[in-house]
Design a protein. Structure first.
Length: 135
């Protein structure tokens, strides 16, 4: 199921306010094997209509404001790159600052190795620290 469909099923109609839609992946390492990382990103953007493998924003459930992140496996297997890691971090910080509930619908595949093995894995650890210690 796409992230857009999940959002439509979860939220009160007309209450979705997306966040950080302007964040895009960059091909810092000029990764290429069968195709370049840049071309893969372009392909998945066209295929899914998404900027990256997560949509996030705020919404209401029975009138209660909630911060929501919904991953999409259809975008590069739901892999976590720098954009997804940063978006989740920002959503977590926003929800904490506003004392909002936070829901993340996970369909994560792996770290995005095209951004570098260590760099991709860094976001997993960053999120684990935030979830365990609250900042």
């Amino acid at each position: 199921m796409s992230s857009t469909k999940r959002i439509e099923l979860l939220i009160d109609h007309g209450t979705w306010h997306p966040m950080d839609e302007d964040m895009i992946a960059r091909d810092v390492f000029k990764f290429s094997n069968e195709d370049s990382y840049k071309n893969r990103i372009i392909f998945y953007k066209k295929r899914t209509g998404l900027i990256d493998a997560i949509q996030m924003g705020t919404w209401k459930l029975n009138g209660t404001p909630i911060a929501l992140g919904v991953m999409d496996f259809q975008f590069m297997g739901g892999s976590m790159g720098s954009v997804m890691g940063e978006k989740i971090t920002r959503l977590f910080e926003y929800a904490t600052k506003k004392s909002m509930l936070l829901i993340i619908v996970c369909s994560l595949g792996r770290a995005r190795m095209q951004e570098g093995k260590d760099f991709g894995s860094l976001h997993f650890w960053r999120l684990m620290i935030m979830l365990n210690y609250g900042h």
